[in-house]
Design a protein around this ligand. Structure first.
Ligand SMILES: Cc1cc2nc3c(=O)[nH]c(=O)nc-3n(C[C@H](O)[C@H](O)[C@H](O)COP(=O)(O)OP(=O)(O)OC[C@H]3O[C@@H](n4cnc5c(N)ncnc54)[C@H](O)[C@@H]3O)c2cc1C
Length: 408
């Protein structure tokens, strides 16, 4: 068997982007993209937002038009799962019984919904949201008048609750922590978002544990809370985070720790194997630590890193992590991570007209920014974080100070 060529396992955002960057950077050899899902690479963010509300087309979901793969000579093997890697032989065994040889392998395996070991987990109407197939199933269930219960007040749970209200369904969000977005946002942002949801009809339950999912005739009928109350529902969405799909890499003996361990060129502990996207645990040079990111910008950045290294190009400049979320008419944008932050600075009054929260270190270095309907503050904040600039808190808080000048 030939071991010439590049094989990418996982046809999601990172895998699809890696294929495109490899061709863009001049790789002309054989290129095979293997994916478990039956679809060409597509974007997941709309699944909880525009797609769920019926406002996006299949074409707009696609990462690239179908003709791209033919014209760029990317062989796609869809609906097929990679089952094992033989590193010594440089081969991958696939679920259709075939074996692929590689000279370089790129693992773009993504992440999966964190399982919740609740009684009733297998009832019809209990769902997760990771794939387009999940989104179609959820959309079909969210008819006007349907009652949705979301377990988990994270980004995906809140986005789905907002979309459900737009579809005429009722939504309850059940969060274990004392505020929504507790792991990912500051208290002022959480407070604003949860009240905004409540004002639009979402029943937000905080500091609330879940005991079980209850059903009748095999279908979910409610979520039993830890205090004994039953939240009746027709659909229950479990949205309590994600785990890296690193089982294939672990079985092949690659270094893994909460994801496949990679360096800034997306190289794993095997010189011929790269890993990109949600499945990796990667260095964050600015914060001097390893971290697992789940975001589109990260998937694209690491796809570039791997493609550059494979084709012998200069390594791309490291980017700072950033993320966005849309809920109702709110656009949340975040850049940087608040590791080591000791000060929170609010710019503007929390409100739909827009405000920002800056996370500063003890020496006033801007470490992260969260902006809500405040794109200019986000853009300037992102520059401040990238430059690791020190800014006096009073200047950031003062609405009369020009953010562009502060960031210059
Ligand atoms: C509902 C939802 C909303 C989101 N919203 C946002 C947002 O607003 N902003 C943002 O930045 N990010 C968002 N994200 C996260 C973002 O979509 C992910 O970070 C991004 O898709 C990661 O790309 P990836 O290629 O690493 O993983 P994925 O896109 O998940 O792709 C991985 C692919 O690999 C396949 N695969 C896994 N194992 C194998 C195997 N052994 N063989 C073959 N194929 C395999 C999987 O089936 C999957 O298709 C959202 C995610 C979801 C689910």
């Amino acid at each position: 068997m030939s071991t010439e060529g590049i094989v990418i396992i996982g046809a999601g955002h990172a895998g699809g982007s890696a294929a495109a960057f490899l061709r863009q950077y001049g790789y002309k050899g054989p290129l095979v993209l293997v994916g478990s899902e039956p679809l060409l690479p597509y974007q997941r963010p709309p699944l909880s937002k525009a797609w769920l509300k019926g406002e996006a087309t299949a074409e707009s979901l696609a990462l690239r038009p179908a003709k791209f793969y033919a014209t760029q000579n990317v062989e796609t093997r869809l609906g097929i799962t990679a089952e094992a890697i033989d590193r010594a032989a440089h081969t991958v065994r696939l679920s259709d019984g075939s074996t692929l040889g590689y000279s370089k392998l790129v693992l773009a395996l993504g992440s999966r919904a964190r399982p919740l070991p609740l009684a009733g987990r297998d009832l019809a109407g209990v769902m997760e949201l990771r794939t387009a197939a999940d989104a179609d199933q959820l959309q079909a269930a969210l008819k006007p008048g349907a009652r949705l219960a979301v377990v988990g007040g994270g980004f995906i749970g809140l986005e789905v609750a907002a979309s459900a209200i737009a579809l005429g369904a009722a939504a309850t969000v059940i969060e274990r922590e004392a505020r929504v977005l507790a792991r990912v946002a500051s208290p002022p942002l959480s407070a604003f978002v949860q009240e905004y949801h409540r004002a639009r009809g979402v029943d937000v339950r905080l500091a609330t544990g879940v005991e079980a999912l209850e059903g009748a005739n095999g279908r979910v009928t409610g979520v039993r809370l830890a205090d004994g109350e039953l939240v009746p529902c027709d659909v229950a969405l479990l949205g309590v985070g994600a785990l890296a799909n690193d089982g294939l890499a672990q079985a092949a003996g690659l270094d893994c720790a909460n994801g496949i361990t990679v360096d800034l060129a997306a190289r794993t502990s095997d010189p011929d194997i790269y890993a990109v996207g949600d499945c990796t645990n990667r260095p964050l040079p600015m914060y001097q630590r390893m971290f697992r990111l789940e975001s589109v910008p990260n998937a694209i950045e690491q796809a570039k890193q791997a493609a550059a290294d494979i084709t012998g190009r200069a390594a791309p400049m490291p980017e700072i992590p950033w993320f966005w979320s849309d809920q109702f008419d709110l656009r949340l944008q975040m850049a940087g991570l608040p590791f080591g932050a000791t000060q929170l600075v609010l710019r503007g009054e929390p409100g739909v007209a827009g405000f920002a929260v800056f996370h500063l270190g003890p020496d006033d270095t801007v470490l992260a920014v969260e902006a809500l309907n405040a794109p200019a503050d986000f853009m300037a904040g992102r520059v401040l974080v990238t430059k690791q600039k020190q800014v006096a808190p009073a200047l950031l808080a003062d609405l009369s100070s020009d953010m562009k000048i502060l960031a210059a």
